[in-house]
Design a protein around this ligand. Structure first.
Ligand SMILES: Cc1ncc(C[n+]2csc(CCOP(=O)(O)OP(=O)(O)O)c2C)c(N)n1
Ligand SMILES: [Mg+2]
Length: 380
């Protein structure tokens, strides 16, 4: 683990009363366990079983292949706009492996692999990105919240749930909350960290720093050298992790979840990763992204490095890879067929979930919506 000292140079300048107003020195640790070639830092290896390691790899491959398929479906006009997750599989699947069924998964829209690991059917993703509310319905009892498009809003939901778990005495339940680098510029992010700290809520915040907020680079988002250091102001632990290293992401999340479960309060993890595709299928990153930057990050792709590690351990073979790819393909095609044969959708379903009980204003809006739908020209 490397430690970076972040120091703001003072240049000997003093403020009023002779105080050094920029006197602040702190350390932010950066955790990496598997380097980009798959070499292991054995002293820090989390001690996962072969079964857990293979499960993690399979989850990352599934996420990658589903992403590829979604992109093709979108280009064929068979689903709507969607945000690809390619490149960020380790940042999400690693922490998800560290969760238990009692923990809550609260994310935004770039956590496909984690959602699938939590038991969400692939059909849900196809439904959501085709505009059907039905895709937000989860298998009963799964503690996973639907995607949040409103940046950082889910961080507040996460703190609320975490505090509820604490008040209920559910000591084995914590919340894992994902958001992006851009979300750290939202007020909700700061409010969430503040109250999580104040209440010592059992919540682990994972900021996926993928270097972009649509076309806005990380460098235009904040002047802070790291995003992890934002934890310092709220007096919570903050760590920066190689977000393309599934083992480091697992370890950092496991440690933070263990702390949360034992009453130690919140943690902020900055996962340094890269968005290897477009923001959503509606934009063209070649208009704002340097090709060299993408090429540099392609070399740090989380999948090949993890596969190399499994090969080196002797627990993964080329035959297993071929079998996995065929199995995943079949699973995806079955989901696509199931999705494309669904017909009974309820267009006004979103109105059902605004409040727990019916509300006259919402019902009025529902009626207006259904009326407008009736008047919309159809292709038929
Ligand atoms: C409150 C809010 N403001 C603006 C948007 C529009 N918007 C959608 S995604 C996005 C960028 C998000 O960047 P980041 O938080 O880094 O997540 P990433 O897309 O990189 O995963 C913006 C500005 C939004 N969804 N919510
Ligand atoms: Mg981002």
């Amino acid at each position: 683990m490397s430690t970076r000292t972040c120091e703001t140079p003072t240049n000997g300048q003093k403020g009023p009363y002779g105080l050094d107003l920029r006197d602040r020195t702190f350390n932010i640790s950066h955790l990496q366990i598997l380097d980009e070639f798959g070499n292991l830092d054995a002293d820090r290896a989390p001690g996962l079983s072969s079964e857990q390691l293979v499960r993690l790899y399979r989850a990352m491959v599934l996420a990658r292949v589903v992403d590829d398929r979604l992109l093709k479906l979108q280009r064929q006009g068979r689903i709507g706009t969607f945000p690809p997750c390619t490149g960020q599989e380790a940042a999400v699947c690693g922490p998800t492996l560290a969760m238990t069924e009692q923990d809550w998964f609260v994310g935004s829209f770039r956590e496909l692999g984690g959602r699938l690991m939590r038991g969400e059917p692939i059909e849900n993703t196809l439904l959501v990105y085709s505009g059907y509310e039905e895709g937000n319905v989860f298998p009963e009892g799964k503690r996973t919240l639907p995607i949040s498009i409103i940046l950082a809003a889910q961080a507040l939901h996460a703190v609320g749930i975490a505090n509820a778990m604490k008040l209920r005495g559910e000591g084995d339940s914590a919340v894992l909350c994902f958001f992006g680098d851009g979300a750290t510029s939202e007020g909700d992010f700061h409010e969430a960290l503040n109250f999580a700290s104040l209440w010592q809520a059992p919540v682990v915040f994972i900021c996926q720093n993928n270097h972009w907020a649509i076309s806005v680079p990380r460098s235009k988002q904040t002047r802070s050298p790291t995003l992890a250091q934002k934890a310092i102001a709220y007096d919570i632990p903050g760590v920066q992790v190689d977000g393309n290293d599934a083992l480091a992401m697992y370890s950092a999340a496991k440690e933070a979840l263990d702390r949360a479960h034992s009453g130690g309060g919140p943690t902020l993890i900055e996962a340094v990763t890269y968005r290897m595709r477009m923001h959503t299928t509606a934009d063209d990153p070649s208009r704002y992204q340097e090709a060299e930057q993408l090429e540099a990050w392609e070399k740090r792709d989380p999948l090949p490095r993890f596969k190399n590690h499994l090969h080196a351990k002797g627990i993964w073979s080329d035959d297993q890879q071929t079998e996995l790819e065929a199995e995943v393909k079949q699973r995806i095609e079955a989901a696509v067929s199931a999705f494309e044969s669904m017909t009974a959708f309820k267009p006004d379903a979103p109105f059902d979930h605004v409040f727990g009980t019916p509300h006259p204003r919402i019902e009025e809006q529902r009626a207006q919506f259904l009326d407008a739908l009736k008047r919309e020209p159809t292709d038929a």
